[in-house]
Design a binder for this molecule. Structure first.
Ligand code: ZN
Length: 161
């Protein structure tokens, strides 16, 4: 048993590691993306987190990404970290990276498989400590799930042309 209910400061430190707080205080790629060609909104009612992900997808890759939102430090820093990771990457790689990110919480993605190593997800690996706090995993996953929705919305549009 770990000290989940122990209320130790060690546990809190683990949850809010410095890199997480840095992204929360100074988020990367936050704001409106005027030339976005797809977007999606995500909410995590358990915690009150909201994320909007805006993408410019060109040539099967994420040309630009921005997010807006509010909520807890985990959800907002996860979104900031995610934008750093996915910018400029191919859609198929981004899907794989989302599966890698889920893996750090012990979640196997039913839709996408991954062979991408952990260091490919950059700062996002700092969220690994959230694994010990199951209710907060939804906070960490919110931006990535919203991202995947946004990509799907784009694929639907392309498919209907
Ligand atoms: Zn949250």
């Amino acid at each position: 048993m770990d000290k989940l209910q122990g209320g130790s400061f060690g546990g809190v430190d683990d949850l809010y590691r410095e890199v997480i707080l840095d992204h929360f205080k100074s988020p990367h790629n936050k704001g409106k993306l005027k030339n976005a060609n797809t977007h999606s909104e995500g909410v995590n009612p358990l915690c009150g987190d909201q994320i909007s992900v805006m993408l410019l997808i060109e040539n099967d890759s994420i040309k630009e990404v921005k997010f807006e939102g509010h909520g807890c430090a985990i959800s907002q820093s996860a979104a900031s970290m995610m934008t750093d990771v996915i910018k400029g990457r191919l859609i198929k790689d981004v899907k794989e990276l989302s599966a890698t990110f889920k893996k750090i919480f012990g979640i196997e993605d039913p839709e996408y498989t991954t062979t991408a190593p952990l260091d490919e997800i950059g700062d996002a690996v700092a969220l690994e400590g959230v694994r010990k706090y199951p209710v907060r995993i939804k906070c960490a996953l919110l931006s990535w799930n919203t991202l995947l929705e946004s990509i799907k919305n784009h694929e639907k549009k392309e498919g209907s042309l």
